[in-house]
Design a binder for this molecule. Structure first.
Ligand code: TYD
Ligand code: MG
Length: 455
């Protein structure tokens, strides 16, 4: 007998099961399990009834068609993160913590696109039109030809978009959208999935670009599982610390451009202002060279960005010493401490270690390893690094230093901002930049000995 392939899934968390039960084992929700319908519920050959499908035309990879023209908002930082402007019929997700400035950014984007002749509709499911208008007035954008709607019913929104045929539709936010054919509350995974699916399909079918705003949950995901990220072409995250005015728009996925590109903004009383020289901004609060402070020459996407790392090492009053990191990976910090201890004989037992990336910036490059090690050692030994020096390079578990990518770009940026020397790993392509003296090292022990006279 053929095995039954009927499946059930939870409308709250999306977990799938092969039998029904009253309570989901995945999320603990009651009465949330439903039988899956559609083609996937039976073996394909049977459920398709043995009928032949229509013939699909195959095409070649090579094409005569020119790439579609991109639309520009004129906000350079945004256009760059999009990969050089907005692609027609694309679906974009902009995620971020509540209150970080997503609505502000997208209202400004809407106004700029509209002023450039792109027919734009802004649908707010969170605020009344009057509130959006008030914000536009405050941002000095009241004269932009953007059309507003305050609506959450997905069916009505799709009907309106179909009639209006805009080139760009902004949906703020996907969590407030409500599809009347799905039986669960707005904001639940099945609602978000259904709404995102309908809107991205609409984008592809009708040629409208759709930007979806998504709130990030406490654990850093958009609406629980990352269902929406798979459906869209581009995923942008709007990040920043509440206490700082800097905001970073980062592309984590982009079918039409490089991922990891960043755009830097500053939240002001009149909305978000572009920051065209982020390095200068991130270093603006830096005082005299002091122990624990190191400038890292990083690369974000295609752009070099200098930022300051600050470390503090102090005797721990607790039996288990603290390791606290803001803006970098805590697992990577543990690795650096272990390498310093095992390869250079510098113990950190009984010492609290704090590491902070100044300005609310987040770094994920391994090239920051050496700068982190330098900041921690500088704090531990209470020795400031030579002034006007940048540091970068990757540290391997053996304690060897590995050259970072795009060395020349990093050095050029450092030179532009008035730095005169760089501590980098030796090896790799030897590149030099006028005005920067290179201090190249092959391993961490040599680095510790030369810079801190220890190890
Ligand atoms: P908002 O765009 O509503 O955030 P989100 O849509 O991500 O939830 O931004 C809210 C914050 O931005 C709010 O705390 C006030 C601040 N803000 C400014 O500082 N200046 C401005 O011009 C605007 C419009 C907002
Ligand atoms: Mg908002």
């Amino acid at each position: 007998m053929a095995k039954s392939t009927t499946t059930f899934s939870c409308t709250a968390c999306g977990a799938s099961f092969n039998k029904w039960s009253g309570r989901c084992d995945g999320c603990g929700e009651w009465n949330s399990i439903q039988q899956d319908k559609g083609i996937s519920s039976g073996p394909p050959s049977k459920s398709l009834g043995g009928k032949r499908g229509a013939t699909i035309q195959l095409s070649d990879l090579s094409t005569e068609e020119a790439p579609p023209p991109r639309s520009h908002s004129g906000i350079t930082e945004l256009d760059r993160v999009l990969g050089g402007g907005l692609v027609p019929a694309s679906a974009i997700l902009v995620g971020g913590d509540p209150g970080i400035g997503k609505s502000t950014l997208l209202l400004q984007a809407a106004a700029h696109f509209a002023k450039n002749g792109i027919k734009t509709i802004y649908v707010s499911g969170e605020e009344a039109s009057a509130q959006v208008r008030m914000r536009a007035q405050r941002l000095g954008l009241a004269d932009a030809p953007v059309k507003l709607a305050a609506e959450t019913n997905l069916r009505d929104i799709l009907t309106m978009l179909d009639a209006e045929k805009p080139q760009l539709a902004i949906i703020d936010s996907i969590q407030t959208m409500w599809a009347d054919n799905v039986e669960s509350a707005p904001g639940s995974v099945s609602q978000v999935r259904a709404a995102a699916h309908e809107l991205t399909t609409f984008a592809k079918r009708k040629g409208t670009s759709v930007i979806l705003v998504g709130h990030v949950t406490k654990d850093g995901q958009i609406a629980g599982p990352r269902v929406v990220e798979h459906m869209v072409d581009t995923v942008l995250y709007f990040e920043g610390e509440r206490g700082h005015q800097f905001r970073i728009l980062r592309s984590v996925k982009n079918r039409f451009g490089p991922a990891d590109e960043i755009g830097v903004f500053e939240m002001t009383g009149r909305g978000l202002a572009e920051v065209t020289n982020p390095s200068a901004l991130f270093l603006s609060e830096r005082g005299q060279p002091s122990p624990g402070s190191v400038v890292f020459a990083g690369i974000e996407g295609t752009r070099p960005v200098l930022c300051e790392l600050q470390a503090l090492v102090a005797p721990s009053p607790h039996s288990q010493a603290r390791r606290t990191v803001v803006g970098w990976d805590s697992g990577r910090l543990a690795m650096i401490l272990a390498v310093l201890e095992a390869r250079c004989g510098i113990p950190f037992a009984g010492l609290d270690v704090y590491l902070n990336v100044a300005g609310g910036m987040k770094i994920s490059e391994p090239a920051a390893d050496l700068a982190v090690a330098a900041a921690i050692l500088s704090a531990r030994e209470d020795v400031a690094l030579p002034a006007e020096t940048v540091v970068f390079g990757e540290i391997s578990l053996s304690g060897a230093l590995r050259p970072a990518s795009q060395t020349e770009n990093r050095l050029k940026e450092a030179q532009k901002l008035g730095f005169t020397s760089a501590i980098t790993p030796s090896g790799g392509k030897s590149v030099g930049v006028n005005g920067i003296s290179l201090n190249q090292m092959s391993d961490l022990t040599g680095f510790v000995g030369e810079i801190f006279g220890a190890g």
